[in-house]
Design a protein around this ligand. Structure first.
Ligand code: ZN
Ligand code: ZN
Length: 268
């Protein structure tokens, strides 16, 4: 692998709960997990069930996991994350206030036979507040608060690819967009290469107060923000492949810069 590169990969595209049945597998049955390989290393966005397969592919070394919030579909891959069991690995986990305590409740008895203190890897926890900015191994990380029950953190990552071009992504899952949120997001996602979007609903199915958005809003936000590409994900557990195929067709008729995430999709 070239040292200075930029590649995003989707490991979990589903929202709420895994759907491992055959009729969901074209777009993917695993819950939220995305990896970004950049010049400085590997960054992981959310630790849903998609994290399990990603963990099997990673080499030892440093890994940084950014958690949007503690709902199960964003953390349920942690107990089975293979690098935790490797003494050659150093894992940094970032997330909302109460991060360590919340994750220790999930990963450990009685929900899991072993806890963080039993793992061989060196693991550290870093609480983040929305509206902060810092640089991690050459990658600029910016956070924004999401409109979601219990709150969520949206992430923007800015870096550079091997040709010295500026690259960026915005990870905006579990956020219900209204007019004000759309304005804030348009600034946050200004001219990003890649907007990863919460397409939990269609506008017909939208339920106010559930903390999710629609694919139509994602498409509108791409234009508003001047983002190069929007990739829909966090699909509703009821949306099977046939349904998502129709949505994707409808969306791409209106905007060729709209994509629907599938597990294994690479955006480099
Ligand atoms: Zn979710
Ligand atoms: Zn949530």
């Amino acid at each position: 692998m070239k040292k200075d590169t930029w590649c995003v990969e989707i490991w979990g595209s589903r929202g709420s709960f895994p759907r491992p049945e055959a009729r969901f597998l074209k777009y993917g049955g695993n819950t939220s997990c995305v990896s970004l390989i950049h010049g400085g290393g590997v960054v992981i966005l959310d630790a849903g069930s998609g994290l399990v397969e990603l963990g099997r592919r990673l080499c030892a070394g440093r890994l940084d996991i950014f958690i949007s919030h503690f709902h199960l579909d964003h953390v349920q891959g942690l107990p089975m994350f293979q690098p935790f069991y490797n003494p050659e690995t150093e894992v940094h986990i970032y997330g909302q206030a109460g991060l360590k305590q919340s994750l220790e409740t999930l990963v450990g008895p009685p929900y899991w036979p072993v806890g963080f203190s039993d793992f061989a890897a060196r693991i550290s926890f870093h609480e983040l507040r929305p509206g902060t900015e810092f640089v991690l191994n050459g990658l600029k990380v910016t956070t924004l608060g999401g409109n979601h029950p219990g709150g969520s953190i949206l992430y923007r990552m800015d870096g550079m690819d091997s040709d010295g071009r500026k690259r960026s992504l915005v990870y905006a899952l579990d956020c219900e967009a209204d007019e004000k949120v759309m304005q804030d997001l348009a600034e946050f996602a200004r001219e990003t290469d890649l907007l990863l979007w919460d397409a939990g609903f269609t506008s017909e199915d939208f339920k106010a107060g559930w903390g999710h958005s629609t694919w139509e809003q994602g498409m509108a936000l791409r234009r508003l923000a001047g983002a190069k590409k929007v990739v829909m994900m966090h699909y509703n557990g009821a949306y099977d492949d046939t349904f998502l195929e129709k949505l994707e067709e409808r969306a791409r008729e209106q905007d060729a810069a709209v994509w629907f995430a599938r597990e294994g999709m690479r955006l480099c």
